[in-house]
Structure formats: structure tokens, C-alpha cells
Write a protein that binds this ligand. Structure first.
Ligand code: GLN
Length: 495
């Protein structure tokens, strides 16, 4: 078939595979050629596995040729890739860290098992910020992923490779992880659709943790339909994950209807003043207007404690990260024989000296927030704020079905732009971290472009386990706009 197969969405490719018009081998080869042509400019991947992928593609084709096969699934034969903090048996899983550079897991993460059972085709492992800590991809020990829309700009983070690979049509979909925005922020920077499910909806078994009470795996896709398809596969209770929610999940594709009439959408207007770029504000206003035209009610809302969310998030996530990264490695609470030491000094001999500066900073912050009186002054206060933020959301969801915000206050920034002022970078997380603190589901979908031609993302936040309503409202918006169809013009090496 003479077309650019790598450009297809999951649902388009799946239809063609089902009708026998293309084979998974053809599709996988097309994707591998696309990677070949673009990867030296993009650096989305940490590892690529063409031979294994083609073998899986052949298996998928074989299954499709056997009409009796019960093993067929919409994802059968569909090429995808995984963020490199998700364990894959026998395939190096690095977290983009020197510390894990040679780590070869003996298990598959729960999501990997599910995708293998569906016979999706794993192409490779994707670039990220070291241990998923960061917002730009610049803390990876590997060559930094570029934004497909502008090579001098970051793809976002920490799931930067996951977003860039989908935006640049290197894979049909990817998985990312989101602790404070790491699926939604890169999705918005790269102009794709990314969903952070409710806490506990997707098993995190086999995900190398950053902050255990906040981490959540989710799909990064070319459109909302694909998100629903991937959600159907990756969600579900898993006794192997202590944080897994014992709930039954609906068929998420049943929510893909163009109907938002009567839906009540809360718009966080007051809080937006002065904090976001004019272009982003305009795009959100336009989105709200479109929802109104489609029959939804727009109500202005406030979340009074949201302004404390970034501080609370930094303390809680860093405390958990310091535990996850240092437990059993000779470091406890920033102390060594009763004394506070320099982190570098502590790190020597524990293997932690190989960590990058941003990870060390967070461990230090986490330890500082936990030790002695600081526990009461900082950590416990952060936990109280977390409760207040959750209560803010509960109040809004008494009268609203969804909340609309920008995903980020501005579009993708330049490489090096945030180096001197990380606080500026943390501000990019202002709309996304409250959602993780409250455990709610949220999605980022393309809603326009700024004056530089960079994609703008809008965030919809749902009730706990309210992914269905979220997908429905996202789908309705997407079907009435064309932002998601636009692709970056990449200068490929074959051009
Ligand atoms: N940018 C945020 C941070 O650096 C979020 C990271 C994430 O969600 N993994 O903490």
C-alpha cells in the first residue's frame, strides 16, 4: 500500500489491519523507517529494537491470518514505545540515569504484560528526565530530546521522549508517567493528547517510582479515540500494586460521543489573571466559548488553595523521592552518624554520586523537609495543604462535572532558558500538580497555537474515576476543532 503508514492513528491502522489492507510488518517497517529518518534530529529514544519489533509484527500478522484466533485485539500489530522508567524484561531500563544505565529488569511491568497480551508491537524505550524529575528532558544523561515543532525548544518533561515520538509520528502511541504533570505538560508542548488517569487506575507494578503517592502511568496519543483504546487495555485492579484501585472500569470507547449538552464545566478564570501568556489565555477563552456553543454550561470557579500546590507538591514528592532513591543505600534522612552532611559526601560509596544535579537537589529538599522539627514545619504542613486542595476540588465537583484550565501557563521554552531559575520552571506545573495531589484524572488536548506557531494544550480535570466524562468532553471538543490533526514539519535526513 502506497501511503505513509506511520502517520496513522491507532484506530485508523487497526481498521486497515482488520480489513487485511495492510500488514503489521508493513506498518512496523514504515515506523522504523520514519525513526531512521528523524531520530538523529529528535533523540526521542534511549533504545530501539527493530528486530524484536518485526518479530512481534509477524506474530501479529500470523494471528490475524488465523480467523479463529481469540487473541486479536484493536492493538494487535500496532507499534508503540514506552518511557524508560517502565520495566521491560530483558530490555535495558535506565530512567535516563547513570545509576541505572546497565539495569536489565527480570520482569515486565504490569502495563507491559497487558500490551504484550494484546500483541501490540514494542519499538523501543523513550527518553525522559532522570528518574522522571524535571520538566524539560534536560536532566537525561542521553542526548536531549528536541521539540518536533521547534528544534531549539524542549519537548517538555519528564515524558519528553514519549510526547516527541508520538508528535513526530515515530510510533502510533506511547506510555508516559505523571507525578506532577509529566504526561500532560509534554503532551501540551508537543501538540498531542495525554491522559493522567485517576490515582490507582493503572497498575504501577514495574514502574520505577518517583513519588509513590502521586505517580500514575497513562497514554500519550495522536487523538482522544486512541487514548480511550489504550485506557481500555492498561487500566484495571492489580494485587501486585498496593496503590491499585479495586474498581471496575467501563469500556472507555463507549464515551466517544459528540455530546456535552448540559455538562457543567468550571472555568478557573480569576486565578488565570496575570499568570499566563496572552495566547494561552485566548485559546482557553475560545475553548470555553466552543463548549458553550456545544451546549455545555460554563461556570467560573475558584480553588483557593491552588496557589500553594507547587510548594506542597515539591515537599511531598521530594520526601517520597528521597525515600525511594536512597532507601537501603546507606542514606537516611540526610544524616550520617548524627550529622547533616553535604549530599555529595553522603552519596559517595552509596552509588548515588552518579546522580545528576536535579535529582540530588530533590533528595536534599526531601530530606531537609523531613528531618527533626522540619517534619512538623514543612512536611506535615504540606500534607495539610494537600487535604485542603482536595477539599477545594470536592467543593467544585458538587456543582461542576469537569474543570477547564490551561495545561501550562505558556508554550514550550528554549533549551537552557530555565537553567538559572528553576523556580520559573516549577511554575509551569502550577495547573497540573494540584490534580496529582488530589488523585484526580485529567487530560491535556491540543487547543490552538501561539504566535510562534507552538502548540497550546488545555487541561480538563474530572472527578475521581471520572475518565469517561473526561473522554466524552475531550472527544466532543476534538471533533469540532482541527488542532490535533496538524503535524510539525520535520526536516528529515531523507529530505
Ligand atoms: N515537572 C514536575 C517535577 O519535576 C513533574 C514531574 C513528573 O510528573 N514526573 O517534579
Amino acid at each position: 500500500m502506497d501511503m505513509e503508514l506511520y502517520k496513522l492513528t491507532i484506530h485508523e491502522a487497526s481498521d486497515l489491519l482488520h480489513r487485511g489492507e495492510i500488514s503489521s510488518r508493513e506498518l512496523t517497517k514504515s515506523v522504523l523507517e520514519r525513526i531512521e529518518a528523524t531520530e538523529s534530529k529528535l533523540h526521542s529514544f534511549i533504545s530501539i529494537h527493530p528486530e524484536a519489533a518485526l518479530k512481534q509484527a509477524d506474530k501479529a500478522d500470523w494471528l490475524r491470518e488465523n480467523p479463529n484466533s481469540k487473541e486479536l485485539h484493536v492493538l494487535t500489530g500496532i507499534p508503540f514505545a514506552l518511557k524508560d522508567n517502565i520495566c521491560t524484561r530483558g530490555i535495558r531500563t535506565t530512567c535516563a540515569s547513570r545509576l541505572m544505565e546497565q539495569f536489565n529488569p527480570s520482569i515486565d511491568g504490569a502495563v507491559v504484560k497487558k500490551l504484550k497480551n494484546a500483541h501490540a508491537v514494542l519499538i523501543g524505550k523513550l527518553n525522559m528526565d532522570e528518574f522522571a524529575i524535571g520538566s524539560s528532558g534536560e536532566s537525561s544523561i542521553f542526548p536531549h530530546t528536541r521539540n518536533p515543532w521547534a528544534a531549539d525548544r524542549v519537548p517538555g518533561g519528564s515524558s519528553g521522549g514519549s510526547a516527541a515520538s508520538v508528535a513526530a509520528d515515530q510510533v502510533l502511541f506511547s506510555l508516559g508517567s505523571d507525578t506532577g504533570g509529566s504526561i500532560r505538560q509534554p503532551a501540551s508542548f508537543c501538540g498531542i493528547t495525554g491522559m493522567k488517569p485517576s490515582f490507582g487506575a493503572v497498575s504501577g507494578y514495574g514502574l520505577i517510582p518517583f513519588a509513590t503517592s502521586l505517580d500514575q502511568l497513562g497514554p500519550m496519543c495522536k487523538d482522544v479515540t486512541d487514548c480511550a483504546i489504550v485506557m481500555n487495555v492498561i487500566t484495571g485492579f492489580d494485587p501486585m500494586d498496593r496503590m491499585s484501585a479495586k474498581i471496575s472500569h467501563p469500556d472507555y470507547t463507549s464515551y466517544l460521543k459528540q455530546d456535552v449538552s448540559g455538562m457543567r464545566i468550571g472555568l478557573l478564570r480569576g486565578w488565570m489573571e496575570g499568570t499566563i501568556s496572552g495566547d494561552v489565555r485566548m485559546a482557553i477563552e475560545k475553548a470555553a466559548k466552543l463548549y458553550q456553543d456545544m451546549g455545555a454550561w460554563i461556570e467560573e470557579i475558584t480553588l483557593p488553595h491552588m496557589e500553594y500546590a507547587v510548594s506542597a507538591y515539591l515537599l511531598i514528592s521530594s520526601a517520597e523521592a528521597s525515600h525511594n532513591l536512597t532507601a537501603g543505600k546507606g542514606m537516611r534522612m540526610g544524616y550520617k552518624e548524627g550529622e547533616i552532611c553535604e549530599l555529595d559526601e553522603l552519596a559517595v560509596g552509596s552509588g548515588l554520586q552518579s546522580l545528576g544535579a536535579s535529582v540530588k537537589k530533590r533528595i536534599l529538599l526531601g530530606n531537609t523537609g523531613l528531618c527533626n522539627d522540619n517534619y512538623e514545619i514543612y512536611y506535615k504542613e504540606a500534607l495539610k495543604l494537600r487535604t485542603l486542595i482536595k477539599e477545594d476540588f470536592d467543593r467544585v465537583f458538587e456543582k461542576c462535572d469537569l474543570i477547564l484550565t490551561p495545561t501550562n501557563p505558556d508554550t514550550a521554552f528554549l533549551f537552557g532558558e530555565m537553567e538559572i531559575n528553576v523556580i520559573e520552571m516549577y511554575k509551569y506545573d502550577a495547573y497540573t500538580v494540584p490534580v496529582n495531589l488530589a488523585g484526580l484524572p485529567a487530560v491535556s488536548i491540543p487547543c490552538g497555537f501561539d504566535s510562534k506557531g507552538l502548540p497550546i494544550g488545555m487541561q480538563l480535570i474530572g472527578r475521581l474515576y471520572g475518565e469517561g466524562a473526561l473522554l466524552q468532553a475531550s472527544y466532543a471538543f476534538e471533533q469540532n476543532t482541527d488542532h490535533h490533526i496538524k503535524s510539525p514539519v520535520l526536516i528529515t535526513s531523507t529530505d
